[in-house]
Design a protein around this ligand. Structure first.
Ligand SMILES: [Zn+2]
Length: 434
């Protein structure tokens, strides 16, 4: 009981804290976040054996790390390093592990990454979740239903914070039945699950399920999917970007702009050489947690790509804007300049021409062999035309800043690889430490 009361106290403090933080003018907020960033790094060095050794080995004088520019001298941290050092060398000294939340993520690689955080950190994470929903109009008296594989055990206070957990692993019909029962004002869930519910719900179901807003999370979703969900339920749909190990990174406001929660996590956007990219340019996102002293992630390469913007949002929130996500870093091509080009853009260029000239190509595969060379293997279509292919190649060259040679090989078939899914666009260029 004492423990519970303590947690509620943390939660209360955190909810106040995050809402004050959201109201601060951007300049002040930025200064506070930078302070917290440096404090988190100092704590990591003082208390986490892994970071102490890493920075000592790199010859970094921790006392010289005073600003967000200085942190560029700190080496990056990878998932493999965290996994290898868990828990003995990556959990801070003096932390009672028995008293922490244990969790793990598998991500797209299928390899698990374990991590822990304290109850105080957990309270803060929940509070950022609450703020994410208050940003879009949620109030404590709205009923909330969330579709997730585990129950988060949200604390309830009388008529406030009434939540229903709907298991993500049960059949969609059952989920719909539970939603009809719960009659939530706010529905939260993975994009694909909410999409599935939207597709399967009948007009009669929809008379009973009438949320005011929907929050989707944890997966990349397309605007088309979000539009479909929004039209089906007749309410706005908001997206968020969070990771299991760092929690909330960014969330959409009422204007559907993603704001980066810099009071939880500091985000850098870098090119393949480790240099900061400019606003609007695609970069690999590097995250530093500032609220998890038990197991801090410092300059952590999560492997996601994105663009930031320095524009201001009409909603007035001081948090900076994340313009877009661009998928996984593994899927990108790297140009000699260090710039990234997403494989989706290359794929779209092909799709565009295959639609324009229906019988130009039968099949293709694009491989980046080195930062200067791309090989395209093509199975010709029955109305193959050299000038049409030339048109496509011209577009590709433009996309690649004319900085990479393109070699075309005509083949009779594209060999099947052993992988689970064969990629039409593949890069063999190393994605090691920049
Ligand atoms: Zn906004």
């Amino acid at each position: 009981m004492m423990e519970n009361a303590k947690f509620l106290w943390y939660l209360f403090q955190s909810v106040i804290d995050v809402h004050i933080s959201a109201c601060l003018p951007s300049g002040l907020q930025r200064r506070l976040c930078k302070k917290r960033l440096i404090r988190s790094i100092r704590n990591a060095y003082e208390n986490v054996p892994f970071y102490r050794q890493k920075y000592d080995d790199a010859g970094v004088d921790i006392n010289s790390i005073r600003t967000d520019d200085d942190i560029k001298r700190l080496p990056f941290v990878t998932k493999d390093e965290i996994r290898e050092n868990f828990p003995e060398r990556i959990v801070a000294r003096g932390i009672n592990r028995e008293d922490c939340h244990y969790s793990a993520t598998t991500g797209s690689t299928g390899r698990s990454l374990p991590f822990i955080f304290t109850k105080k950190t957990f309270a803060f994470y929940i509070a950022t979740g609450v703020r994410m929903y208050t940003m879009i109009g949620y109030r404590p008296w709205h009923r909330m239903a969330y579709i997730k594989y585990t129950d988060l055990h949200y604390p309830r206070l009388g008529p406030f914070f009434q939540t229903s957990h709907i298991k993500s692993t049960i059949p969609v019909e059952e989920q719909i039945a539970q939603l009809k029962e719960a009659r939530p004002g706010l529905i939260i869930g993975y994009a694909s699950l909410v999409y599935e519910v939207a597709r399967r719900a009948t007009p009669d179901d929809l008379k009973h399920i009438r949320p005011k807003f929907i929050g989707i999370n944890s997966e990349l979703s397309t605007q088309d999917q979000r539009n479909f969900i929004s039209e089906t339920f007749g309410c706005p749909v908001y997206d968020e970007y969070s990771t299991e190990e760092t929690w909330m990174v960014a969330s959409q406001c009422r204007h559907h702009n993603y704001h980066i929660f810099t009071d939880n996590v500091w985000v850098e956007f870098i090119d393949s050489k480790g240099q900061d990219v400019k606003p609007g340019e695609m970069g690999e996102m590097v995250l530093t947690t500032t609220r998890s002293p038990a197991m801090p992630f410092i300059r952590y390469r999560i492997g996601d790509m994105g663009r930031y913007s320095d524009a201001a949002c009409p909603c007035g929130l001081g948090f900076p804007l994340l313009e877009s996500f661009e998928g996984r870093a593994d899927d990108c091509f790297i140009l000699p300049s260090g710039k990234f080009v997403s494989s989706l853009k290359l794929l779209n260029t092909f799709t565009m021409y295959i639609k324009k000239y229906l019988h130009l190509l039968e099949e293709f595969k694009v491989t980046q062999v080195s930062s200067e060379l791309i090989v395209i293997r093509i199975v010709k279509g029955n109305r193959y035309d050299e000038s049409q292919l030339e048109e496509l190649l011209a577009d590709l060259r433009l996309l690649l800043d004319n900085s990479v040679s393109i070699k075309v090989e005509f083949v009779n078939a594209i060999e099947k690889s052993n992988g689970i899914k064969r990629k039409a666009i593949e890069s063999l260029v190393g994605k090691g430490q920049p």
